[in-house]
Ligand binder design. Structure first.
Ligand code: HEC
Ligand SMILES: [Cu+2]
Length: 317
């Protein structure tokens, strides 16, 4: 009896465990062919969720937003198994990490994780919302300098700056032109004022954040905004001519990607505005939203990195 019990019981237990938590087959296809199927998954806190990932066309990638877990490659024709366990309830976004064409950015899905204590986690308000910044408003200035301001020249001026301009809170909430105007009112020449602005901007980030920002930019932004930030990535013309797949599928009017080397435009934008546009996206312009993909420090790191196209810093020239 005992032997029979073990012989039947163990396989039964295994079958039951598999049955209670069956692996979910998650198929990847180009966004225009349907993206992820299924795109909406559910899980329970603490319960393993096993996924069998396969691609029906080209190489895709799989990662969960706002997590440190490394991305998985999902090659066509093979099955990749992964098991996820979530510690906190909430809505997680999974996304493709491999450039698979113009619709790549739309290859996203969600995992709704419910838990025993389902009190919603209070998300802090993004800074651009708290400051009432309209991230879609034009912010060009009329009198941009003819060359890129230099943090090194600004530092070398050795100016004793009033304390209020040196805090992170000031930096994130103000545009370079705001600080330029304050410095001019304090008697600095225009050229010196811009260099001091570059120095203050550089003082509010770190080499580590800039390196992280550069990595995120190359992986996620360069295809549209270009390696050098000039708005001339491989997808730029399709966006400008409204041939982007978002335009064709949803009748949206996409635009040319922003040019981060355009001093007139960038010097009128605050870090909060840039980070706000990054997390919220463009709402139909073709600029994707990255809020569910990046952690908060990552979204600031990539915003900090955008200033390397505007100012001459020591690194990342
Ligand atoms: C699929 C193409 C595409 C990708 C990928 C993309 N962008 Fe954009 N982005 C755009 C377009 C188009 C605009 C202009 C329209 C708008 O502002 O909504 C834009 C605008 C912006 C702006 C607003 C600039 C300003 O002066 O107002 C910021 C900031 C920005 N993008 C940052 C990023 C970052 C950072 C990434 C990568 C994490 C990224 N974008 C990825 C297409 C893209
Ligand atoms: Cu893909």
């Amino acid at each position: 009896m005992l032997v029979i019990g073990i012989m039947i019981g163990i396989p039964m237990a295994l079958v039951l465990a598999r049955w209670a938590n069956p692996a979910i087959e998650l198929r990847a296809r180009l966004a225009e062919a349907g993206g992820w199927t299924p795109a909406d998954l559910t899980a329970d806190v603490g319960q393993p969720l096993t996924l069998h990932l396969t691609s029906d066309d080209v190489m895709h990638g799989f990662a969960i937003g706002q997590s440190d877990a490394p991305a998985l490659d999902v090659p066509p024709g093979t099955m990749v198994e992964t098991t996820l366990t979530f510690e906190r309830p909430g809505k997680y976004t999974f996304y493709c990490t491999r450039w698979c064409g113009l619709g790549h950015w739309r290859m996203r899905g969600t995992i709704e994780v419910s838990g025993p204590t389902s009190e919603p986690v209070m998300e802090p308000q993004p800074l651009y919302v708290a400051l009432g910044i309209n991230v879609d408003a034009d912010h060009k200035i009329g009198d941009a300098p003819s060359q890129r301001p230099s943090a090194e020249r600004g530092r070398a001026l050795g100016i004793d700056l009033p304390e209020e301009y040196l805090s992170m809170d000031y930096y994130r909430a103000h545009s370079p032109v705001d600080l330029r105007d304050s410095l001019r009112a304090n008697g600095l020449s225009d050229g010196d004022a811009w260099d001091v602005v570059a120095f203050v901007w550089r003082s509010n980030t770190t080499s580590e954040a800039l390196a992280e920002g550069q990595r995120l930019y190359a992986a996620n932004c360069a295809a549209c905004h270009g390696e050098g930030g000039a708005g001339d990535g491989v997808a730029a013309n399709a966006l400008a001519n409204n041939q982007h797949d978002a335009a064709m599928q949803f009748g949206q009017h996409t635009q040319r990607p922003a040019d981060f080397t355009d001093l007139q435009s960038m010097l009128g934008a605050s870090p909060a505005l840039l980070q706000g546009k990054i997390i919220r996206g463009g709402m139909g312009t073709g600029m994707p939203y990255w809020g569910p993909i990046f952690t908060e420090p990552q979204s600031w790191a990539v915003a900090d990195y955008l200033w390397t196209f505007v100012f001459q810093y020591q690194e990342a020239q």
